[in-house]
Design a protein around this ligand. Sequence first.
Ligand SMILES: Cc1cc2nc3c(=O)[nH]c(=O)nc-3n(C[C@H](O)[C@H](O)[C@H](O)COP(=O)(O)OP(=O)(O)OC[C@H]3O[C@@H](n4cnc5c(N)ncnc54)[C@H](O)[C@@H]3O)c2cc1C
Ligand code: HEM
Length: 407
Amino acid sequence: MLTDSQREIIRATVPALRQHGERITELFYGDLFAAHPALLNVFNPANQRPGGQARSLAASILAYAANIDHLDRLGGMVERIAHKHGSLEVRPEHYPIVGRHLLGAIRQVLGAAATDAVLDAWGAAYGMLADIMIGREAQLYAQGSAAGWDGYKTCVVVRKQAESASMVSLTLAAVDGTPPPAFRPGQYVGVKLRVPGQSIDHVRQYSLSNAPGGRFYRISVRRERAQGMARDGLVSNFIHDGIREGDTLAIHAPTGDFVLDETSPRPVVLLSAGSGITPMISMLEHLAGPAGGTRPVRFLHATVARAQHAFGDHVRSLARQRSGIEAAIFYETVTPDDVPGVHHDEPGRLGDGALAARLPAEPCDFYICGPLGFMTAVEGILDRLDIPAERRHSEVFVPDPSFLVAA
Ligand SMILES: Cc1cc2nc3c(=O)[nH]c(=O)nc-3n(C[C@H](O)[C@H](O)[C@H](O)COP(=O)(O)OP(=O)(O)OC[C@H]3O[C@@H](n4cnc5c(N)ncnc54)[C@H](O)[C@@H]3O)c2cc1C
Ligand code: HEM
């Protein structure tokens, strides 16, 4: 427990840490990897560029500090991080290492202001958050172990299939025959592999794109092309170009807190763009299947053009599987060959009018996944439609920007 004076110190040092948050995280990563190079196999280098994961880690620490008197407000944040950590095999023994390097970075940045009392207070605060996360992560790991899927399991690619010009699906089965542990629609798996020519392993998360309850997992991976000065995405391009049927991959048991709430009786609205379609396909397959109930479902998906449109026929056939499911597809660029009602339903982006016109009359639950620009646009539409925050569920495929808002 933190003492009153430690709480006071935390509150008093928040402004300085806010100011230097990104620098602290930069120093932290530099020292951490110098002392523990094996951890390079766990962190994604792309997320340590300025503005990426570095900001998320700094922001989450500040959010913690800002809410030191109201830990209940951090519930959602802890849940999201614990699931992400859970897909990466972050274990209790890692916490003291990370804590030591984080405090070292705080000491360097604060200079003379980093007195023993300040460092003790931050050490105690880190320890409290670490205990909460270790506890939650232990529960998640126990679920995997109970299903016979402890950590990573070697899986064989049973099938590789193109879904669009930029997306392939891999159907995966454990080499030892263990059935896939149950998961909830919307969850993801950690995929660990060694790209030829690289000296470290890389882990990436991929949402499961099939309904739970089957004999296989399916993931669907979009090829990350270089934009501007960036390089092509490492793992996604390797999966597209280097992985073949019969190859094996290390797959972590599913985790993720972006899940279909099956206790809710409300209609479900699935809103996605680009590769954000993958968790929605899992939810739609489930809702259209025998265990999916009778709730009305609206599946709205936006994509740049037909070549990039994944799961088009599959979605139409799922929508026909039971009454109450309606799908609408939006193409930003339409060509004369694109047939309305077959390939797409509306030209342009998803806007206020198009969404409002397709909603059932009663209050709905919204599930949203796509690029950050799409997320911001959709949140704006839902604000204007007065949809309360507790009926919105969202996932992004990059470090979660909500940690920045929380700070
Ligand atoms: C919860 C979750 C679920 C996900 N589900 C899916 C899914 O279902 N399907 C899917 O396709 N993806 C999904 N993703 C994204 C996926 O995990 C990967 O992030 C994605 O495939 C890109 O990985 P990569 O190795 O190809 O790219 P990386 O090598 O990680 O690069 C990522 C980006 O950073 C840029 N970059 C890298 N290094 C530099 C540099 N030095 N300078 C400038 N730019 C750089 C790259 O150009 C690229 O755009 C999910 C992510 C999360 C967090
Ligand atoms: C109390 C301590 C910690 C806090 C507050 C914290 C916070 C975070 C946050 C906010 C994210 C981003 C999640 C997202 O964007 O969805 C994250 C991701 C991550 N964390 Fe932690 N973390 C802590 C401890 C650890 C430890 C001990 C490890 C051990 C190795 C670790 C490894 C990672 C990794 C590998 C990622 C994914 C980043 C990437 O893609 O490279 N974290 N953490």
